[in-house]
Design a protein around this ligand. Sequence first.
Ligand code: EPZ
Length: 466
Amino acid sequence: MSPAFGGCSANAVSAEGGLAPIAELRSQRFAIPRYKNQVDGAVMDKIVIDGGIRLKGNIEVSGAKNAALPILAATLLTDKKCVIKNVPNLRDVSTMLKILRSLGIRCWMSDHEVIIEPKTLKNCVASYKLVSTMRASICVLGPLLAKYKQARVSMPGGCIIGQRPVDLHIKGLKSLGAAIKIEHGYIVAAAKKLRGANIFLGGAYGSSVLATANVLMCACLAHGRTLIENAACEPEIVDLAVFLNKMGAKIKGQGTPSITVDGVKCLEGATHSVIPDRIEAGTHILASAITGGQLIVQKAKIEHLSALVDKLDQVGVKVKAYKNGDIHVKRKGKVLKPVDITTLPYPGFPTDMQAQMMSLLALGDGISVLTEKIFPDRFMHVSELNRMGADIFLEGASAIVKGVKRLSGAEVMASDLRASAALVLAGLVAKGRTEISRIYHLDRGYERIEEKLAKVGARIQRVKEI
Ligand code: EPZ
């Protein structure tokens, strides 16, 4: 292990005063037991990475967080038992299960499978205490309104990546006949009867994923036909529609901007396996690219990653799927060519990959411009990457990334889910040791990422923040 690099906290120092090699971290007091099913880990963990290893080997992708969350909420539309498989073991999933339990629903998770018995529902209130920890909780609003004709869901509030308004959710549900008011920080919704309607759901920034999910779920039990125009086309919406149709819903057009729903009287229970997480897959593809390694990303769907694969081809990284679904990643040469990227609703370049791509382009051979059209403030990772030697400055909703020769390890702080992933990627290639604190952000959307990366050669360890 190379000698100590400046700026590492005391607890990562070996007895001789140098840097404790990563392997030792696990055996000593500041290491914590292997991170298993500790989705609610209250411990302020941090991740320590000694960069410079080219990753090689197979890395598996878990189920999609952003499909699992609305699908778990959709079980509120029936009284019957539902079984949801391939659910990722994440903090956000744990939060959604807490919300369902707070409604009186019996549900439990074991080995990526969730069993839900919704017939025990006791109330229709999703509290601020829970909703404020995960804004996706708002997707219980549509199903509660549809099934129980009432709902009281805390306004989710903004987060570090933007204001996160809910006007499109409210517009869509009102169009179906709901009376909605904002009272004491809660969205209070009620409806005598829900009727199908033609709803344009486009906002200032285009389509809305969770507004589409809420309106889609609510329309399933409305009387008559609903047409949702400018609907989100994300694969997670398609997966939700597939699950709803398994329950007996009559949905067509999912995956296109125009979705039609013919309301039915009631929905049955169903069993469903969640699609793979395309953002996790994209993050692992970039882990291979940024380290100059050769990872094989497994259990992912390359057809969900077209925009990323296209941009990486321009950068000089070849991403190829084989018949068995394995995705092979290999750099075409030493140079990473600069590219310009604008984030757009699916199938455009995903905003959830913007931060991670910035880490790669920070080492590009020239100037790249990343423009954020979905969440214009989603640049909390820039200052932390600059602390690692990147040369990035912001111009409105664009980040101007001047490529540098190398990044250097540093103590950095995670601020949100995808910014954390960007810092992990930077740490994997940086010279020396990177310590990333507040990685509870990372645990919201990546299952045991440090274990998965360690298996393909990364010198990475989760330790307790003392
Ligand atoms: C979903 O959030 C994802 N979360 C986000 O992933 C993702 O970044 C986002 O879609 C965009 O793809 C989940 O699926 C749980 P939006 P969502 O409504 O649905 C504006 C991650 O890292 N808007 O599609 O909340 C909004 O401000 C997370 O996994 C309105 O104006 O996002 C934004 O500019 C982060 N009015 C744009 O639409 C509304 O009523 C897209 O937001 C709703 C949204």
